[in-house]
Design a protein around this ligand. Structure first.
Ligand code: SF4
Length: 76
């Protein structure tokens, strides 16, 4: 795994529980951090490539990532 982008992650040192909200509605705090993260695109692509199931990655919840994968399959 390429750990370089993780070292620049805005969520480093932040309580990881924030990134595993119980519902999409509770994901706003994590999304706000991701929005200012310099590596959010790399983080999102990592999550999509590895089919990360849980948590907020790259500013998207699990449900939102599934939607992105569906859209990419359609346009492939
Ligand atoms: S995009 Fe969000 S989850 Fe990903 S590294 Fe940045 S702050 Fe962390």
């Amino acid at each position: 795994m390429n750990a370089t982008w993780r070292q620049r992650a805005a969520c480093r040192g932040i309580d990881p529980d924030i990134f595993y909200p119980a519902s999409d509605e509770e994901a706003e705090e994590a999304k706000a951090i991701c929005a200012s993260c310099p590596v959010h695109q790399l983080c999102l692509e990592h999550a999509l490539a590895h089919r990360e199931r849980d948590g907020v990655w790259g500013g998207l919840t699990e449900r939102e990532r599934r939607r992105v994968l569906r859209q990419r399959r359609k346009s492939a």
